[in-house]
Design a protein around this ligand. Structure first.
Ligand code: HEC
Ligand code: HEC
Length: 399
């Protein structure tokens, strides 16, 4: 039972495995429960008395996946009177228009560090709603570098988005806007774990191909844990951060000389992929208005999976230019600094903040920020009778 060596609370997880097991076989049910334990695990800095749980950082944003995705859900955060962001549900993406990382700060601003090292800085909400860095501790970033907020998405239902047949998504691509509806969805492509370039579905700019790639990237940049896909033990530390590079790490021969080995990554992926989507309680009337207003051109209501199951995520998983206000100037794979992947709308009833950097506090505000390819739909929303606007908002808040 090598699996159990990963657990400090093996007995509890085993019990959960029996109770929670959503999957067909008992082995999958066990992996789901062990994956949940790893998702919830608070990692500690190396060296620690047990090498199974150390390796945190040296720079990191949170000690566990669950800190940012509570119960697998959307991240939460606060803002104090000076606009300083508190909590971990938001992070600051760092890069230039091509998506290249900053030579000093890397791909992400780490707001925490192990003892003896300085965190990179913290985040504040700017007057225009965007998120900015403050108190940078490692000097100036490169002139081309931009930083922008990213809200931790709800992970429930991602396993189903992964299963949407590629052809169904690609049939929605309209790069040259041939049908002249002002909307030209583009697909992003990136490498999967096998190194093949495939349709890329995850992250706010669809920069990560699969749940496995996104989870591995989260391990290394968010928590600072080396893994089979991103083996750097120093996580997102750059060459310009030598103290961070030489800090103790948790790579262990028991775990393929990594901090998180293949089997642990597999369990995390099994857990995330098995998270069920929320059940919608939205009504048909609101749905009709949603479609008539043009929202469904990007937030595509339904897909049929290969096994015949119909899912209703309200996304096309494609990239759209959303106008100047939302543009962040950071590329991601094929996505430009103006493009965003249509986010799924299922589970909105559990969201308290909206859009990629959580700038909108209400659904109306989220709609008002729609520009670029979505401007026509936004204008159509504005032109609705107040009662119909209310119906549409009620529909969204029950998804
Ligand atoms: C510091 C907060 C934070 C931590 C810790 C964190 N995440 Fe995330 N997660 C995010 C953010 C922010 C995004 C969106 C990233 C982007 O678009 O660039 C995200 C995106 C994801 C996605 C893709 C979601 C989608 O809708 O496409 C998955 C899957 C995911 N995280 C899994 C994990 C796993 C597994 C862990 C633990 C190893 C983890 N995350 C840890 C903040 C976090
Ligand atoms: C051209 C494509 C497009 C159209 C049309 C469109 N949206 Fe969106 N929508 C997006 C994208 C892309 C985002 C993410 C933008 C961001 O986060 O910066 C988004 C975000 C949202 C969000 C926030 C989701 C979240 O997870 O925080 C809501 C709510 C929403 N849209 C509702 C609507 C409604 C209602 C309409 C019709 C009035 C509509 N959208 C029309 C592409 C579109």
């Amino acid at each position: 039972m090598k699996r159990l060596t990963y657990l400090r609370d093996g007995a509890f997880a085993l019990m959960c495995a029996v109770v929670l097991a959503p999957a067909s076989s008992q082995a999958d049910g066990l992996d789901y429960a062990l994956g949940k334990a790893l998702f919830d695990r608070l990692w500690t800095s190396a060296p620690a008395s047990t090498d199974a749980t150390d390796g945190l950082g040296p720079l990191f944003n949170a000690r566990s996946c669950a800190t940012c995705h509570p119960k697998g859900g959307r991240g939460t955060f606060g803002e104090d009177e000076n606009g300083r962001i508190t909590g971990t549900g938001l992070l600051l993406r760092v890069g230039d228009e091509t998506g290249a990382p900053d030579p000093v700060y890397g791909e992400q601003l780490q707001i925490l560090a192990v003892q003896g090292l300085k965190a990179e800085g913290h985040m504040v909400r700017a007057a225009d709603g965007a998120v900015e860095a403050e108190g940078l501790n490692y000097g100036e970033p490169a002139p081309a570098t931009r930083m922008a907020g990213r809200l931790a998405p709800d992970l429930r239902g991602l396993g189903l988005l992964q299963q949407i047949p590629e052809q169904q998504i690609l049939s929605l691509v309209d790069e040259e806007d041939a049908n002249q509806d002002g909307i030209s969805g583009r697909a992003n492509y990136s490498a999967n774990a096998e190194g093949e370039t495939v349709l890329s579905r995850f992250g706010w700019k669809a920069g990560k191909a699969t749940i496995r790639m996104q989870s591995a990237a989260a391990l290394v940049t968010d928590v600072g844990l080396s893994n089979p896909i991103y083996p750097k033990h120093a996580g997102d530390c750059t060459e310009a951060q030598p103290l961070c590079q030489s800090a103790p790490h948790g790579n262990s021969p028991r775990f393929e000389n990594l901090e998180v080995d293949t089997q642990m990554l597999n369990m995390i992926v099994t857990f995330v992929s098995g998270l069920k989507p929320h059940k919608s309680t939205a009504d048909e009337a609101g749905r009709d208005i949603f479609i008539e207003t043009g929202c469904a051109a990007c937030h595509v209501p339904a897909f049929t999976l290969a096994n015949g199951r119909i899912i209703q995520p309200y996304t096309d998983l494609l990239l759209h230019d959303m106008g100047d206000d939302l543009a962040d100037g950071i590329g991601d794979g094929l996505a430009t600094g103006r493009e965003w992947r249509t986010p799924p709308l299922w589970g909105l009833k559990y969201a308290g903040r909206y859009l990629h950097d959580g700038r909108a506090t209400t659904l109306r505000e989220a709609i008002e920020f729609h520009g670029g390819e979505a401007q026509r739909a936004r204008d159509a929303f504005r032109a609705l009778a107040p009662a119909d606007q209310d119906k549409l908002i009620r529909f969204l808040s029950n998804l």
